[in-house]
Write a protein that binds this ligand. Structure first.
Ligand code: HEM
Length: 493
């Protein structure tokens, strides 16, 4: 009885302490962690069919800035474009660092581009952007590579071939990023390895649960959570090892003279190894190391394929559902190219309807279910709400891209909206905004323009069995992907 009373008092103490604590945060659904998540959020997700729907509902009740609880951690979602700009751009210096769930570091140990912080991140990001530019991203060299990859996959298809288009796009984007990193693409020799790693990683991502990533560090020591976390992270470690083995092999080849690094490095790994050596030779302390290289390559490899491949698959899905749009895009592109040359990024100024169509594809595809979080460096006021130092905050892209205030009838695929309102282009922010915005934006934009554009201008696209649905395969998974489907391509003579 005494023990029970003590237990009860402790629970009441924690609840009261917590209720006092939550008053510091912007309002949200039931402000009791765990319960707030497990019941209220889950109920909203069930009611609306997706986290995006749940956040929309919370926004209607509490305003565009609100708190949800990731286990014991409060996380603030900004669901309005102007407020997101105020926070992430105008007051951007306050939102540079990432806020990471505790188990992120199991794999990374503070390394990489995506979740690292401080001077380490500044140095790594600057170097990566500079190196990608030198390797031809945003120049003709990259355009050529993307087009080569496009031709390699589609040139020999016959009109009665059933093409598993999701998989083809995954391979195209993987090859483009892998050539940047290691100078080679996947072929018969290593394709099985690529697909087996990818399948396992996809499974984990499709079933990933943000709450699970937020189990506090002390609780991760319990056997149940430890085992679950190890199982969840297994495929990521396998990919990390796969990439690390290739880097070590490259180092050995350089050592034994079978691989030469010229003045101009031919890929990211060479450039990075040169940087490590340069720092060592000049006795400069820096963030460049083998572990840092492995994690930087991991982030580029991982972020560089999944996102773009899913967007390309959405593009074909929308085209199959909206033949009128395809016809208009095709006519515009063939007017520009004469139908007898590849579409090039230099044509962009002459393809306003196609540009609008790409914006609309990215807006409606809305592939990032919950955006990555930043950590507030200081107390700051956004839209009348105080965000406190140390809190997790994000510009919730998914809800910004489907905000009726800017995008009338937001669930409708309608590229024309961009032609009648020039401001909408700026308000379409699939790559995020501010200092931590996507590092691969120009590569991704080049891939989308060249691959979608050349596919449409060259081929008539047909669904094999049935037209794929415009609804995502799993509205609750970390990345909104379309269902898997097959197409046929008929070359336009
Ligand atoms: C359609 C394709 C893509 C979309 C929609 C996309 C979207 C995003 C988003 C929303 C973020 C987080 C931004 C934020 O914190 O607010 C991000 C970060 C990032 N993306 Fe992408 N991305 C795409 C393609 C790529 C590609 C091709 C690469 C690599 C070449 C890449 C590399 C990264 C990296 C490294 C970060 C972390 C940046 C940092 O924390 O400094 N992404 N991306």
């Amino acid at each position: 009885m005494i023990l029970f009373s003590i237990f009860l008092c402790l629970i009441i103490y924690f609840i009261i302490k917590h209720i006092l604590e939550v008053r510091k945060y912007p309002p949200g659904p039931i402000s009791i962690p765990v319960l707030g998540n497990l019941f209220q959020l889950a109920y909203y997700i069930k009611k609306t069919g997706s986290p995006l729907g749940a956040f929309k509902l919370i926004k209607e009740q509490h305003g565009p800035i609100f708190t949800i609880w990731l286990g014991p951690y409060p996380a603030i979602l900004i669901c309005d474009y102007e407020l997101a700009v105020e926070a992430m751009v105008k007051k951007g210096a306050n939102f540079v660092d990432r806020w990471n769930p505790p188990n992120v570091d199991v794999l990374r140990k503070g390394h990489g581009l995506m979740f690292s912080n401080g001077d380490y991140w500044v140095e790594q990001r600057r170097f990566t952007l500079h190196t990608l530019r030198n390797l031809g991203v945003s120049r003709n060299i990259m355009e050529r590579r993307i087009l080569d990859e496009f031709h390699m996959r589609f040139e020999n298809v016959k009109s009665d071939d059933a093409i598993f288009i999701n998989e083809v796009f995954e391979l195209i984007t993987a090859n483009i990023i892998n050539r940047i990193l290691f100078s080679y693409g996947f072929d018969e020799k290593n394709l099985d390895k690529f697909y087996s790693l990818k399948k396992r990683m996809d499974y984990q991502l499709d079933n990933a649960n943000l709450l699970e990533a937020c189990v506090p560090e002390f609780a991760q020591k319990f056997s149940y959570f430890k085992k679950r976390s190890e199982k969840m992270m297994e495929p990521f470690f396998d990919v990390k090892n796969f990439l690390q083995d290739q880097i070590v092999e490259r180092m050995e080849e350089i050592k034994n003279g079978t691989h030469e690094v010229g003045e101009e490095p031919s890929d990211f790994v060479d450039a990075y190894l040169m940087e490590i050596q340069k720092m060592k030779d000049n006795h400069i302390e820096s963030s460049f190391s083998l572990e840092a290289l492995v994690m930087a390559v991991f982030d580029l490899y991982f972020a560089g394929q999944e996102t773009t491949a899913a967007t390309l698959a959405w593009a074909v899905c929308y085209f199959l559902n909206h033949p009128d749009v395809v016809e208009r895009v095709r006519n515009e592109l063939r007017d520009v190219t004469g139908g007898n040359r590849d579409l090039s990024q230099n044509d962009k100024l002459k393809t306003p309807y196609f540009n609008a169509t790409i914006h609309e594809i990215q807006r409606l595809a809305n592939i990032v279910t919950i955006n990555l979080f930043r950590r507030a460096a200081e107390d700051v006021e956004i839209g009348g709400v105080t965000i406190r130092k140390g809190q997790a905050v994000t510009a919730q892209i998914g809800n910004i891209l489907s905000d009726e205030r800017y995008f009338a009838d937001p669930d409708k695929f309608n590229p024309d909206r961009y032609l009648s309102d020039e401001k909408l282009e700026n308000q379409t922010i699939p790559f995020g905004i501010g200092k931590r915005a996507c590092l691969g934006e120009s590569l991704a934009k080049a891939e989308l323009y060249l691959i979608i554009g050349n596919l449409v201008q060259r081929y008539k696209i047909e669904a094999v069995d049935k037209t794929p649905s415009e609804n995502p395969l799993n509205a609750s998974s970390a990345a909104r992907k379309p269902e898997k489907f097959y197409i046929r391509l008929n070359e336009i003579k």
